[in-house]
Ligand binder design. Structure first.
Ligand code: PLP
Length: 386
């Protein structure tokens, strides 16, 4: 083997996995590390969902299935999207994929060309920018503003739009800040792009992990469903990260393209996993509700704790399971402080810059760990900083 194709050099990575490896190495040396780096719920998949998965294996759901997804699951998803967003979409608009990540990847592959621009919140999930660059398009970073609850400055957003803009990415509740885009901002953004040939990628993977009501999906606004990709899935709300089950609700043109990309890559999503997904959507919802309530308790206690640490200032995140404190008053850079907390205080977290340049001055902590560990982390950080 002599060389890799150039396109591989355009792919980025998720530094959460790098930090996890470094934390594990320290643990192997006997160090005690509190893991607040990885963005996955620390809860078990609810039992009735696990049972449905096992039953599906026994019943023989172990073969190839339809590329677009199990028709019964697609119907359940369409009903769920109608109930949660109030938009009528048929199962024909639903594409099921192994996790929600392929929806990102496939829709970008299907839509973006060299020279196209994609408006991307910054900081944000690093896979957006990686995929945009992989497709030879250009990410246009629009900073999120802490004073606006980590929403856009709408004037800057407007200024970033031009004739090359092909896609706008919205993520609400947001990784890494936990911010939720205020409904008025969603309406203003919809108005700005209504007459343009722009597709919105609305990443709603955290839509049900929201502590004050539901975020407004841009797909529900007049004329927007036809130009919006709703991305959602089972990883976060049902603690099913390892099952790999996600979906997109897509404009019809994209459905065919995503099916083609699926046939050329995965063939289909695992059949028994999809049966478990039906049980998740149609079964009792008390386990996810309990999980969200527990995240709220942890968020309140952890953020209050962070705010007692000299140099830390953390807004209360209205959604997702992350805290994103401003640490500029510590006088250290984000990367330097994140490294020191791991190596010297035994707390693994991510530098805000792992999510883009405008993440400088912040750290991301996942609150997907026990209350006891979260409070211990606060004490370790306080001891280190003082
Ligand atoms: N979108 C965001 C903002 C995320 O944080 C994640 C996972 O971390 C995903 C999408 C992808 O989720 P999955 O592929 O596990 O469904």
């Amino acid at each position: 083997m002599t060389r890799l194709a150039d396109r591989i050099s355009r792919l980025g990575v998720e530094s959460a996995f790098d930090v996890l490896v470094r934390a594990k190495t320290l643990e192997a040396q006997g160090r005690n590390i509190i893991h607040l780096e990885i963005g996955e719920p620390d809860f078990a998949t609810p039992e009735h969902i696990v049972e449905a998965g096992k039953r599906a294996l026994d019943e023989g759901w172990t073969h190839y299935g339809p590329t677009q997804g199990d028709p019964e699951l697609r119907a359940a998803i369409a009903a769920h999207v109608a109930a949660t967003r109030g938009v009528e979409v048929g199962p024909d608009r639903v594409c099921v994929t192994p996790g929600a990540k392929p929806i990102l990847f496939f829709c970008m592959l299907a839509l973006l060309e060299e020279g196209d621009e994609v408006i991307c919140p910054n900081p944000s999930f690093p896979i957006y920018e990686s995929m945009i660059r992989f497709c030879r398009a250009t990410p246009v970073s629009v900073p999120l503003v802490e004073q606006r609850g980590f929403s856009f400055d709408l004037n800057i957003f407007r200024g970033a739009l031009n004739d090359r803009t092909r896609m706008v990415i919205l993520n609400s509740p947001h990784n890494p800040t936990g911010g939720v885009i205020p409904p008025d901002d969603v309406r203003a953004i919809a108005e700005m792009i209504a007459d343009r040939d722009i597709v919105v990628l609305s990443d709603e993977i955290y839509s049900r992990i929201c502590f004050d009501g539901r975020p407004l999906s841009i797909a529900t606004l007049p004329g927007m469903l036809e130009k919006t990709i709703i991305l959602d899935g089972f990883s976060k709300i049902y603690a099913m990260t390892g099952w790999r089950l996600g979906y997109g609700v897509l404009p019809p043109l994209l459905v065919d393209a995503v099916n083609k990309l699926m046939v050329n890559s995965n063939s289909c999503t695992a059949s028994f996993t999809q049966r478990a997904g039906i049980a998740a959507l149609r079964g009792p919802q008390d386990a996810p509700q309990r999980m969200v309530e527990e995240f709220r308790r942890r968020r309140d206690a952890f953020v209050a704790g962070l705010n007692t640490i000299p140099g830390f200032c953390c807004a209360l995140p209205p959604g997702a399971f992350y805290a994103f404190p401003n640490i500029t008053a510590t006088g250290r850079t984000s990367r330097d402080l994140a490294d020191a907390l791991l190596n010297e205080a035994g707390v693994a977290c991510l530098s805000g810059t792992a999510f883009g340049e405008y993440g400088e001055g912040y750290l991301r902590f996942s609150i997907a760990n026990s209350m006891e560990n979260l409070l211990e982390a606060v004490e370790r950080i306080r001891r280190f900083v003082s």
